[in-house]
Design a binder for this molecule. Structure first.
Ligand SMILES: C[S@@+](CC[C@H](N)C(=O)[O-])C[C@H]1O[C@@H](n2cnc3c(N)ncnc32)[C@H](O)[C@@H]1O
Length: 194
């Protein structure tokens, strides 16, 4: 079994079953979401997926950890909402094929929280976004490394994804402090015709 999967499975297996709350960045951005589907990528407990599912979006939650996805099913049942889940490894070559089995076609909204996409993944996400679609990313920035020693490989460099993909147009970006966490927030859209 993949070591990343083992590590995360173990974390989720031993974590208390407490309904997750969405990050303020996600709930504050609801008005920018496009009607249709939402993909919560590297979803974990799927706070974002649950938030959008409660508001009537067609939601897919994806993660490498089967244990995380079991929890997502549990929370979805608790709230009486429907979420499709898919177990995949974003570092693999076939993750898009696996996603296609659950959700073929373009995606209106992609949400990534507390996970740093690789550059290759970023371009794949841009391609998969529907016209007018929204791509939201928030995760730790380099201050999290400098202040707390968090692994720099998982931290965003300043403006790391700004202007990287020609399909994407930046709508919003900010660096924020959330308790002890230092995070960067981005919202990109894919203009119609891009
Ligand atoms: C820090 S957690 C964030 C979870 C959730 N997005 C949140 O904000 O609470 C990182 C998540 O990425 C998932 N993950 C790590 N490596 C992955 C990979 N290669 N493919 C898919 N998911 C992965 C983990 O299982 C974990 O759920």
């Amino acid at each position: 079994m993949d070591t990343d999967q083992q590590k995360w499975d173990e974390r989720y297996r031993t974590k208390a079953l407490v309904l997750p709350t969405p990050m303020p960045f996600v709930s504050n951005s609801l008005s920018l979401a496009q009607p249709g589907c939402v993909l919560d990528l590297a979803c974990g407990d799927a706070a974002s997926a649950l938030y959008f599912a409660r508001r009537g979006f067609d939601v897919v939650a994806a993660d490498i950890s089967g244990e995380a996805l079991e929890r997502v099913h549990y929370f979805a049942r608790m709230l009486g909402v429907s979420i499709r889940t898919v177990q995949l490894d974003l570092d693999s070559d076939d993750w898009l094929d696996i996603l296609n089995e659950v959700h073929p076609g373009l995606i209106n909204n992609i949400v990534v929280t507390r996970y740093k996409p690789s550059q290759a993944l970023w371009h794949q996400l841009a391609q998969r976004l529907a016209p007018e679609g929204m791509l939201m990313l928030t995760t730790y920035n380099m201050q999290q490394h400098q202040l707390h020693g968090f692994n720099a490989d998982y931290c965003l460099q300043p403006a790391e994804y700004t202007g990287v993909d020609p399909l994407l147009s930046l709508r919003y970006s900010a660096s924020v402090k959330d308790g002890d966490d230092r995070l960067d927030e981005y919202i990109f859209c894919r203009p119609d015709g891009a």
